[in-house]
Design a protein around this ligand. Structure first.
Ligand code: PLP
Length: 501
């Protein structure tokens, strides 16, 4: 048997009853839900639920989240013990020691400028928290008119209202058009055809970096620099298809944010915890402004975290904040109550007293003790196994493994681009075309490739804008043997792919 629940006679398949996120109808056709079901996991491999149980190399670390791989005993033990000791306690005007310890460990690990950790239950919640903190920060500083949030084309910042609105993946927005947040503007995503097949971070594109950053200045000239609250960016765009910005872009963006007077938020939900070969992108030299910020300092005002924060064993998110942001909010409500502009226009009176929170925002699961236990054990595991430096050592092997695919049979024909950075890589597939009309069938190549790779024993993620990007972010514990297996599975999949063109 498959180990999956028996499907009932009323024709409700398991896949119908379990309303899966971001999952297409086609996926469920022809028993696909049975075929693509994992029953267990250990190390860098999943085992399928259906017989014959197959070992599948986890090329995505789950969903960019199991950075230490699967079944880490230290984490399992810490979580189990914590559940027995203190299963839950709130963090609203209350606390528990392990949440304090978790905040301290994160702040210690982060670049020096980050002094405070706010906890949430997911990446989407971390993003909402950061956006709300940015808005509240400007109010606290008497600049309540700063309400415009700036995101980017193709960005992914989760699926809650703020993240969806500053996000730029068109399909994620389309279904909710008209209900997205007001006061949002978008810059372009910093990539152009001449950067294709760059190894690592595209180098030698200084003028293009300037050009892309000028988008913020254009937005400021239209909407007023004094009205812009924050810019949010993924240091490397992940779900959009793994787009690595050209060298210098993020540092130039920081300078433009300073000109405009707005905050800079790094959404490091996928780039943190070793993905770049360092603890954070924020502490990697490629992602700071050389000569102004050091990688030890970090340059974003706020940093969003999730996923590798707990090795995904327990859902969690966090926002790291620089002191000036946190401190402004400690007296923020007080300042708001004395902001003449706000008070004059307020439909309701402010009821302020010193007993009120600095930030009217938080979650039942903020600083959840079991998440804290998972988070601390995950940090111990990264450290004990030297996983960030291991990832840095594996990065050039992964780079070679994907870039040499251009030379395998079907490579030139099927590959529109290959990108990589640290322990992450992406293949952009040429779209399949309708045989009679020649029209591109977006997403079909991505889906077919996913299936081929799965049959070859490799789990990848198909998606991104158009759906034909194959993204890989394996566990940091990936070995040279795994990488060579990954290369061969990708090569065989490409060769099968070429038959479809
Ligand atoms: N931000 C980024 C950059 C992400 O990649 C993701 C998830 O993929 C999120 C936010 C949302 O995280 P979650 O799915 O935990 O809400």
């Amino acid at each position: 048997s498959s180990g999956l629940p028996a499907e009932d006679a009323s024709s409700k398949s398991n896949a119908d009853v379990f309303w899966a996120p971001f999952t297409s109808r086609d996926h469920h056709a022809h028993g696909a839900s049975e075929a693509y079901s994992f029953a267990s996991a250990a190390g860098n491999y999943y085992t399928t639920a259906t017989k014959p149980h197959r070992q599948i190399l986890d090329g995505v670390a789950g969903l960019w989240c199991c950075n230490a791989g699967h079944g880490r005993e230290r984490i399992t033990k810490a979580v189990t013990e914590q559940m027995r000791t203190l299963d839950y306690a709130p963090s609203f005007n209350m606390s528990h020691p392990i949440a304090y310890e978790w905040a301290r460990r994160l702040v210690d690990l982060a670049p020096d400028n980050y002094k405070h950790a706010f906890f949430a239950g997911s990446g989407s919640e971390a993003v909402e928290s950061a956006l709300k903190i940015a808005l509240a920060y400007h109010r606290a500083n008497g600049q309540s008119q700063r309400r415009i949030l700036v995101g980017r084309e193709r960005a992914y910042h989760g699926t809650n209202f703020g993240g969806m609105s500053v996000g730029g993946m068109t399909n994620n927005r389309k279904q909710f058009e008209g209900s997205l947040l007001p006061n949002v503007a978008h810059m372009r995503f910093p990539y152009k055809p001449s950067m294709r097949f760059s190894r690592g971070m595209p180098d030698g594109f200084d003028d293009d970096a300037d050009d892309f950053v000028n988008d913020l200045r254009h937005i400021a000239s239209v909407h007023g620099a004094e009205n812009i609250a924050a810019v949010i960016v993924e240091p490397i765009m992940g779900s959009g298809g793994l787009f690595v910005p050209p060298k210098g872009y993020l540092g130039k963006l920081k300078s433009a944010c300073e000109e405009v007077g707005c905050l800079l938020i790094f959404d490091e939900v996928i780039t943190a915890f070793g993905r770049t070969g360092r603890a954070f992108a924020s502490d990697s030299p490629d992602f700071v402004r050389p000569g102004v910020e050091s990688d030890k300092g970090g340059m974003a005002d706020l940093v969003c975290l999730a996923k590798g924060l707990t090795n995904a064993v327990i859902p969690a998110g966090a926002v790291l904040a620089q002191a000036h942001v946190h401190d402004a909010l400690q007296t923020g409500y007080e300042k708001m109550a004395s902001d003449e502009n706000l008070v004059a226009n307020a439909p309701r009176a402010f009821h302020y007293s010193g007993m009120m929170p600095g930030l009217f925002h938080g979650y039942t699961y903020s600083g959840h003790p079991v998440a804290a236990a998972a988070g601390l054990a995950t940090l111990d595991e990264y450290e004990a196994e030297n996983l960030f430096s291991h990832a840095a050592q594996m990065a050039p092997l992964l780079e070679d493994a994907v870039h040499t695919l251009v030379d395998v049979p079907g490579g030139k024909e099927c590959l529109a681009d290959v990108r990589n950075y640290g322990c992450a890589a992406a293949l952009e597939l040429a779209p399949l075309r309708n045989k009679s009309t020649g029209a591109p069938m977006f997403g079909a190549a991505g889906r077919a490739f996913f299936q081929f790779a799965f049959e070859e024993g490799l789990f990848v993620r198909n998606g991104g804008q158009g759906g034909d990007h194959i993204v890989m972010s394996p566990p940091l514990s990936i070995t040279p043997e795994d990488i060579s297996f990954l290369h061969d599975a990708l090569a065989r999949s490409l060769s099968r792919m070429s038959q479809l063109h």
